[in-house]
Design a protein around this ligand. Structure first.
Ligand code: G4P
Length: 524
């Protein structure tokens, strides 16, 4: 294998998905620790605690520098290079999470063993399903009085529609949690909350007398359990996992470091190296020589004095080198990237080279947009998951009219970053914001004030839902003439119908049967 191919084959790019509080932050931290990327456990959680202490999301925004460095965490593990992409925990920022999931090749789903499958897990899983993303499952918090493991597996199978293949099996739970049995290498890892890496001892073989010595009567229960589990559950099928149809399941306790290493080993051993990516015209294999990639996330104004923005680009093929010239396909312009950044061991460092699967941060002044494709010349357009119709709407009202220009710029830039969506009705001067979660409005107001010097209030706006319009120019003109106050242009100058209520929407659809009213729009 050439060194180019092996660089790609050794990469693993994934994200962790979970319902809030299942243990994503804890697990992230432990993965970094096992990977040697942080020296002291506590760094990541410390940051989260600081955010919580203020219980103020604006505080989080003030710490954007921090949230950016943790958005991508790259570290070597065994002979592999891991890219762990962070996703915002809060439901209101789920669009950000959806976009991040387009940039990974696999995911780890964390389930709280007490609460089982929760609402946000289902939503995120549905997004993964859109691309058949392979998913490893980590059932966390076995040190607590949990639900029966078999019941948890049943719940995952029935609510998430995915087969489970247990890879490890827990011995007891809560106070009597003793460790796990590895179904495929016939070893038992014993749990010890006081051991540095959570594991006291590892022994080989279910019939090993040491097992009875260490856990007494639980040994016989384990033997019976394992026989039952082997008979009743699905055997691991690598292809079914890679196709997103089966999830290998691991049990552990992240806070106690237990089960984390097995999970990390599974990430490098089972999860896929960078995969081919679809574009509008063809599929791009990761090993293609020429560089290509797409922007899945923008973060602006990390340093308010410099108005810089970082575009996060997932490399889909080829090799990136510092100083390389790449073409922004949408504009046809060439960008010379001398200062791409990576997030190795959580520090921003200047990057010299990167390969398919890696994420690079490209500083820019607003020229790079969400969903942009970059290549070495070919006109490709990566396609992926759509942007969703907003569920909440507000009219922006400026307190000082002299600042109108700044408001328009600010709203436009924040919309480009994906912080909210912006709509301008054809027949009014209103600036309407759309969001998926209400917190997005608070963040936008805060950022307008602190980054653009505009004090803005958000008023209620009579809109129940939005639909992107597709049709002939004549039809679009007709609907715009008829409903000019409710037809708006979005950030991409596309027509959108802002429906005051469902009845109006239905009437508009009946009146213009040749126009498509779309609930989602492809941004990629
Ligand atoms: P999140 O990012 O998914 O929201 O979850 P996070 O890691 O913040 O974990 C949520 C809570 O669950 C935290 O407790 C954390 O300590 C706890 N936790 C994580 N893993 C385990 C585990 O294996 N066993 C047990 N018993 N608890 C676990 P908290 O009280 O909210 O925060 P803190 O006081 O511990 O900081």
């Amino acid at each position: 294998m050439s060194s180019f191919t092996s660089e790609i084959q050794r990469r693993r790019t994934f994200a962790i998905i979970s319902h809030p509080d299942a243990g994503k932050t804890t697990l992230t931290e432990k993965l970094l620790w096992f990977g040697g990327a942080i020296q002291v456990a506590g760094e990541v959680r410390g940051r989260k605690a600081a955010r919580h202490a203020t219980s103020d999301w604006m505080e989080l925004e003030k710490q954007r520098g921090i949230s950016v460095t943790s958005s991508v965490m790259q570290f070597p593990y065994r002979e592999h290079m891991i890219n762990l992409l962070d996703t915002p925990g809060h439901d209101d920022f789920s669009e950000d999470t959806y976009r991040t999931l387009t940039a990974v090749d696999s995911a780890v789903m964390v389930i709280d063993s007490v609460n089982g499958v929760e609402a946000q897990t289902i939503k995120l899983l549905n997004v993964c399903r859109m691309r058949d993303t392979p998913i490893l499952t980590f059932i966390n918090k076995l040190d607590r009085e949990s639900r029966a493991p078999i019941e948890l597996l049943d719940e995952i199978e029935s609510t998430l529609g995915m087969q489970c293949a247990p890879m490890t099996w827990p011995i007891g739970m809560g106070k009597s949690f003793r460790g796990v049995y590895h179904l495929y290498n016939d070893t038992i890892s014993f749990f010890d909350p006081h051991a540095e890496k959570g594991t006291a001892e590892i022994i080989q073989g279910l019939d090993n007398p040491r097992l009875d010595e260490l856990i007494g009567s639980q040994a016989e229960e384990l033997r019976i359990d394992v026989e039952l589990v082997r008979g009743a559950s699905n055997a691991f099928d690598k292809q079914a996992y890679l196709d997103g149809k089966q999830t290998p399941v691991f049990f552990g306790s992240a806070i106690n470091n237990f089960g984390v290493q097995s999970l990390l080993d599974a990430v490098v051993e089972l999860s896929p190296a960078p995969l081919s990516r679809k574009t509008a015209s063809r599929e791009v294999p990761p090993t293609e020589d020429k560089f290509s990639g797409f922007v899945f996330k923008i973060q602006a104004n990390m340093d308010p004095k410099h108005r810089d923005r970082i575009a996060f680009l997932r490399i889909c093929s080829g090799r990136f080198e510092r100083g390389m010239k790449i073409k922004q396909v949408a504009s046809g312009k060439t960008l010379s990237v001398n200062n791409a950044i990576t997030f190795m061991a959580q520090d921003r460092t200047t990057m010299d080279e990167a390969y398919s699967g890696d994420i690079i941060g490209i500083p820019n002044h607003g020229t790079v947009k969400l969903g942009d494709t970059f290549t070495e010349g070919e006109n490709l357009k990566f396609i992926g998951i759509p942007s969703f119709a907003p569920e909440y709407f507000r009219r922006a009202r400026i307190k000082n009219p002299m600042k109108m220009k700044q408001l328009q710029i600010g709203l436009k830039q924040l919309a480009e970053e994906g912080a909210s969506q912006l709509f301008r009705p054809l027949l009014s001067n209103d600036l309407i914001l759309g969001a998926i979660g209400l917190l997005q409005f608070d963040v936008v107001a805060h950022r307008l004030e602190h980054e653009y010097g505009v004090d803005v209030a958000f008023e209620s706006y009579d809109c129940a839902t939005a639909r992107w319009l597709r049709g002939s120019d004549a039809d679009l003109k007709a609907i715009a003439d008829k409903y000019g106050f409710n037809v708006a242009l979005d950030g991409n100058e596309e027509y959108v119908y802002l429906a005051p209520n469902r009845v109006n929407l239905q009437m508009a659809q009946e009146r213009y049967p040749d126009i498509e009213f779309l609930e989602t729009r492809e941004i990629f």
